[in-house]
Design a protein around this ligand. Structure first.
Ligand SMILES: [Zn+2]
Length: 189
C-alpha cells in the first residue's frame, strides 16, 4: 500500500516541475514573439538625413565620462521634433545627470532605444508609440549644455550578442550596444 502522504508529496513535486517547465515555455514564447516583431527604423529627428551625424562617432574613444561614445549624435536645431525611431513601449522619461531629459523606449527584438539631451519630452511612461510619433524636441540638456543642440541616440539589446565583442576600449559592451548608424542606414528608406 502506498502511503497517501507520500503520494500527495509526489503529486506536489510533479506539479512544481510542470509549473517550472510551463514558465520556461511561456518565457521562451514571449522572447520569440518579441524577436518576430518586425523592426523598421526611421531617422529619429524630423527632416534629418544621414549627413546630420558623423558616421564614425559610434564607439569613438576617449569620450567624456563614459569613456566610449556608445551612440550617435544627430545634429539639428533646438526645438526640432524628435520622432520615435521604432514602434514600442515607453519605459522611462525623465532627467538624468549626463543625458539630461531622456526618453527610453523598448522596441521590437528586445532592443532599447535611448534618446538624450532633449529640450522637451512629449510622451510618458508606459505609452505605446509608433515609428515617427513625436516624443519630444531636440535640445542641449544634461552634459550637452552649451554645446550644439543634438540628439544622442543609442540602441541596446537586452539579449547579449556575444559574437560582437571585440578588443576595442570597453569592447565587451558591444554585446549590448548596437551601432545606430549601421541600423539606420540598413533599415531606413
Ligand atoms: Zn552622444
Amino acid at each position: 500500500m502506498n502511503n497517501p502522504q507520500s503520494e500527495l508529496e509526489y503529486i506536489k513535486m510533479q506539479t512544481r516541475a510542470f509549473n517550472k517547465r510551463h514558465m520556461l515555455f511561456v518565457l521562451l514564447l514571449i522572447i520569440t514573439a518579441g524577436l518576430l516583431i518586425p523592426e523598421s527604423l526611421i531617422i529619429p529627428v524630423k527632416d534629418a538625413t544621414k549627413s546630420d551625424w558623423n558616421h564614425q562617432s559610434f564607439w569613438y574613444a576617449p569620450w567624456g565620462k563614459s569613456g566610449v561614445h556608445k551612440g550617435i549624435d544627430i545634429f539639428a536645431s533646438k526645438h526640432t521634433p524628435l520622432l520615435s525611431a521604432s514602434k514600442g513601449l515607453v519605459l522611462f522619461t525623465g532627467d538624468l545627470n549626463l543625458g539630461g531629459k531622456v526618453v527610453v523606449i523598448l522596441g521590437p527584438k528586445w532592443r532599447v532605444h535611448y534618446y538624450a539631451h532633449l529640450e522637451t519630452i512629449s510622451t510618458s511612461g508606459f505609452s505605446l508609440v509608433s515609428a515617427s510619433d513625436s516624443i519630444g524636441t531636440v535640445g542641449d540638456s544634461g552634459n550637452a549644455k552649451g554645446k550644439q543642440a543634438h540628439l544622442h541616440y543609442s540602441i541596446t539589446t537586452l539579449l547579449p550578442y556575444f559574437w560582437r565583442v571585440d578588443r576595442t576600449t570597453q569592447g565587451w559592451m558591444k554585446m549590448f550596444f548596437l551601432d545606430p548608424h549601421e541600423k539606420l542606414t540598413e533599415d531606413s528608406i
